[in-house]
Each structure stands twice: as structure tokens, then as C-alpha cells.
Design a protein. Structure first.
Length: 270
């Protein structure tokens, strides 16, 4: 049996990835199984030694490991190397390679929810590996300008410099919001319980005549501060289930050589 997995923090135990992938394996009668592992940041190197020793066939990587895992791999795809962030592991000629299907998954997800960003300005909230993938995706989709901001301005600036986007300080967000059509939350914070005072302030400060959609890459929250913002200003809202399915389909195809679709993986979530 081929075994695949996902690494993340404690939230990974609620991940829907095992359900999607195992249904896709079963549909094709593949002798394979997908499981989730909660790995503390300080144990990532040990976990990767176990991954290699036990002969796992592939993996997904999620918060908080997307950047730290880079140094533990044998090689990177051009996308992962550009971003210095990985969400998918696969073997190639005996070498463990890191890829980033978040970029393609995000590019698949936006049109699927009816959002076209060609020639439009967008704002990305977040400083981590997920934000890097979203910024790259927006630029590939033809956004005219992408702003990136977060609580650690130095990281926002690094992302902007790497990807030819524009970094702004959170304190400058009011000016930026007057221009953008799309806001993407690429932080791990979505529910009121996760949000501290500064994130609640950020969500509550969202106003803008051009905002069409607020897209939250997270999912599974019964209450969502970004959804509340969208309702308050009359914008559309989408959570991250569609992106989860899209990046998962791309990972699955990379591992298996199949051509699973986003719609198939969305159906597996049902």
C-alpha cells in the first residue's frame, strides 16, 4: 500500500484532505491511503526523517511548516523555489521534491467562484507561505497591482520584493481599500475566537467602494470575521473549501499521473 499524509499543527486533525484523497483513491481502486499528522514546529526535522524511513509516497504540508520544510528536501520545483514555500512533496528519481500547488489551486479557485481579477487591484493579508502563493497566483491571473500587508511589515516587504508586488503597512490599509476589488485573507485567523484585538480591528476596518469579493483561504469556521465584513459592506464572500479542493486535485495528479478535477474533489467533500 502507498501511504500519503499531511503535516500541520493541531488543526490538521480537522482537515478534510484525508476524506477527499481517500475517496479519490477508492474511486480508482488504488491501493493507497492518506492520513494526517500533527507535528510541532520543533519536531519537523524528526518527522521528515520518519517520513523517509517509513517510505511514505508523498505528502501535503500546511501551517506552520510550509517555509521551514524547504531546507529538509532534496530539491524544489521552480515555483516552490521562487516562493521558498512548499505544500506538496513527491519523489522523483529517488529524490524528495517540494512543489507548491497552492498557486495553481488558487488560480483554479477564483474563476470557479466567478471572480476575474484581470486589470484589477487586490489586497492580500498575511506574511507566510500561503500569502506568497496567493500573491503569485493573483499576478499570474493578470491583476494590475497586488498589495500585501501583515503584522510583520518586514515580511510583507520581503514577499513584495520577491514577487514584484507592493507592500503596505497595516496602518495604511484605509487608503489601499479604496482601490481594491478583491481581498484575500491568507492568515490562519478567521473565527472570532482566533482573532486578537488587532485582527478584529482589521476585519472591522474593511470598507471600499470597489470591493467585490472577500476570499478567505481558511475553511470550517462556524463564525467568520471576514464573512461578517463582506456582509457588512455588501460584497461576496468565499471560504477556502474550493481552494482546498483545487490544490488537492493538483497534488493528487502529481502523485498518481491521473487527471482528477476540482469538481471531483469538491464532490468528495460532500
Amino acid at each position: 500500500m502507498r501511504v500519503f499524509c499531511v503535516f500541520g499543527d493541531d488543526r490538521v486533525q480537522r482537515s478534510k484532505s484525508p476524506a477527499m484523497h481517500n475517496k479519490a483513491f477508492g474511486l480508482r481502486n488504488f491501493d493507497a491511503h492518506y492520513v494526517s499528522f500533527s507535528v510541532e514546529p520543533g519536531m519537523l526535522e524528526t518527522a521528515m526523517k520518519g517520513f523517509r524511513a517509513m517510505g511514505f509516497s508523498g505528502a501535503n504540508v500546511t501551517i506552520p511548516h510550509k517555509e521551514n520544510i524547504v531546507q529538509l528536501l532534496d530539491g524544489l520545483t521552480s515555483t516552490a523555489n521562487k516562493l521558498q514555500a512548499v505544500n506538496t512533496l513527491y519523489w522523483q528519481d529517488g529524490a524528495l521534491i517540494g512543489d507548491n500547488t497552492d498557486v495553481g489551486g488558487f488560480c483554479d479557485a477564483l474563476p470557479a467562484v466567478g471572480c476575474m481579477v484581470v486589470g484589477k487591484k487586490c489586497l492580500v493579508l498575511g506574511n507566510g507561505g500561503a500569502a506568497r502563493g496567493v500573491v503569485m497566483g493573483l499576478l499570474l491571473l493578470g491583476a494590475s497591482q497586488v498589495f500585501v500587508t501583515g503584522r510583520q511589515y518586514n515580511k510583507s516587504r520581503q514577499i513584495a520584493q520577491c514577487l514584484e508586488a507592493d507592500s503596505i503597512r497595516i496602518e495604511q490599509i484605509a487608503t489601499c481599500l479604496r482601490e481594491v476589488s478583491l481581498i484575500v485573507n491568507a492568515t490562519p485567523v478567521s473565527s472570532p475566537g482566533e482573532a486578537d484585538e488587532s485582527m478584529n480591528w482589521l476585519a472591522g476596518s474593511i470598507e471600499g467602494p470597489e470591493i467585490e469579493l472577500i476570499f478567505d483561504i481558511n475553511y470550517g469556521r462556524s463564525q467568520n470575521i471576514w464573512e461578517n465584513s463582506a456582509k457588512r459592506i455588501g460584497a461576496e464572500f468565499s471560504d477556502g473549501l474550493i481552494m482546498l479542493a483545487a490544490q488537492a486535485a493538483r497534488s493528487f495528479n502529481l502523485w498518481t499521473g491521473e487527471s482528477a478535477t476540482v469538481s471531483e474533489f469538491m464532490a468528495h467533500l460532500g
